[in-house]
Design a protein around this ligand. Structure first.
Ligand code: PAF
Length: 283
């Protein structure tokens, strides 16, 4: 496994791999890998000739009051996991290389970025779209894999790739959960034992909503109230949003269907957690 920090070196290696006809599979991450990332890497390994993992805590997707400095990092451990998953190249650029003095270009994906997490994290998805566009230009992947836990991020990236004719297949991978249902996230590391227990209300809400849908309920107001009540049973959890939206456009709906996304965001102490499900989707 090769570890490359230099942007030009990564880009020229990718160019020569492509010339040799190699199919590059790419998993962009901010590191602190968990089983969710491992599932992306294993699928990437299966689909590509060369598997590239990037680890870069992207400063421009963090807001002023967010946890950039505190964001968990452990590159050594990440490299061990990467090796176990069959990664060929770990790309670890630094912020000075990615955003040199004078940097002034960004990618904005408009409507899809605005609701849900975009409403409380203005500029976040501009930062994500910009860094992913840059990483795609450097790594030149044939396919890139993203977790569906960050559903809106995936929708933003799909839209960007479509709108800007980027020659990259985007693969959305199912949410990986702990045995008790908590969706895997690097931010789970911040939770105390008690907070972690409270966080299970997210999965309970997802399960209950899917049951209501399977039993025939279609009214968003009824389903939203039930979801809010389930989360409300945990006094230490504050709701940021409970939303039912079209799974592709993220537009609001009054009546749900198979493709409706239930998206949840809560705060437990200082930690912000998200979860989601597409109501009619087989798990
Ligand atoms: O999901 C993440 O880890 C990040 O948002 C991404 C896609 C690597 C961009 O920095």
């Amino acid at each position: 496994m090769q570890i490359i920090s230099d942007i030009q070196q990564m880009q020229s290696l990718a160019t020569s791999l492509k010339r040799e006809g190699k199919r590059i599979a790419f998993v962009p991450t901010m590191g602190f890998l968990h089983a969710g990332h491992a599932s992306l890497l294993r699928e990437g390994r299966r689909r590509g000739d060369v598997l590239v993992l990037s680890i870069f805590v992207n400063p421009i997707q963090f807001g002023q009051n967010e946890d950039l400095d505190l964001y968990p990092r452990d590159v050594e451990r990440d490299c061990r996991i990467a090796a176990e998953c069959g990664v060929d190249i770990v790309f670890t650029p630094d912020a000075a290389g990615m955003y040199p003095p004078g940097f002034q270009t960004g990618v904005t994906v408009r409507e899809v970025s605005l609701p849900l997490c975009g409403a409380s994290r203005p500029g976040h998805f501009d930062g994500v779209a910009t860094v992913v566009a840059k990483l795609f230009n450097i790594v030149q992947p044939d396919l890139a894999l993203f977790g569906r836990k960050d559903y809106q991020q995936l929708a933003v990236i799909r839209r960007m790739v479509l709108d800007l004719c980027m020659p990259v297949e985007i693969v959305g991978m199912p949410i990986v959960r702990e045995t008790d249902g908590l969706a895997m996230s690097s931010r789970n590391a911040y939770l105390s034992q008690e907070q972690r227990r409270s966080a299970l209300c997210l999965h309970r809400t997802v399960v209950a909503a899917r049951k209501m849908f399977a039993a025939g309920e279609r009214r968003v107001d009824v389903m939203r109230k039930a979801a809010q009540e389930t989360i409300g049973q945990e006094p230490s959890v504050s709701i940021e949003y409970v939303e039912f939206r079209d799974g592709a456009t993220l537009e609001e709906q009054e009546i749900v269907d198979n493709a409706t996304l239930l998206a949840l965001a809560v705060k437990i102490g200082q930690t912000r957690l998200i979860d989601n499900t597409v109501l009619g989707e087989e798990l």
